[in-house]
Design a protein around this ligand. Sequence first.
Ligand SMILES: [Zn+2]
Length: 280
Amino acid sequence: MMKRVAYSASLVVLVTTFILCTSQCCKPCDENAKTPVVTPSNNGSFIAKFIEPKSPQNKEILDAVKKDVEKVIALLNERLALPHDISVIFSDDPKGPLYSPGVLTGFSVAGEKGRLIAFPYEFVEHIGDVLVFGGFEGKELNEAVVDSTLFALVHEMSHALIDVFELPVLGRDEDAADSGSAIFLTSLEDGAQIVHNAVQFWRLRGQALDLHDLSFADEHGLDTQRAYNLVCWIYGRSVTKNAFLEHELPTSRRARCPMEYSQLARSWDKVLKEHLRKKL
Ligand SMILES: [Zn+2]
């Protein structure tokens, strides 16, 4: 169960472009970019930790996602100087995926008491189950599982960035985390496909959802809404490159997508530029 994310020298440039400058504001952003002085107080990184699984099934999951998870985390670490390290822990513990800004009560991984991201192997399995339910199989299934895992991971990392940098969130926190993940991942070389595979997962989950009144009380948007948002943002990033998504959006929403993407990308660019590890 393995896939690649094609990382190359040009990709680093591409990711760089995401953080500091969107296609909408590249020149002004470059001109305004500041290089923070990296000191012990802002020299932290996301630290990937993979706790040895107990079951053969979870071992297989670990083998499937480890390489791509490490690469995505490394790409974020290249750009961002966190005030301290944040552990990203894949484990058998069923809690998560979540970002914990403090002590995570009842977390079974010993010695982890600070801010952390908990990501259960169980959730990767859940992604696989949902995609199988939707008819995915073979190589497509494997790729979609890895990509949906990456989307959920960067969603949690976006929560972490919002917390440690005390970023303004003008709207629903969960939508902001989705946008952070979509904007970062779509800046990768094959990012549109990565996020579109995550769309398949959220769309299928939405189809299986038994809606009731309390479904609308959740802090997250409905799964189907999240899927539509992601399609819109992928399409909005490049309506020519990603024209294959036209049929997945109603005309009324499609017309808004370039503006939505630009607004989100500009916002992330603006709030993160003070926290870059190195000048671009
Ligand atoms: Zn979230």
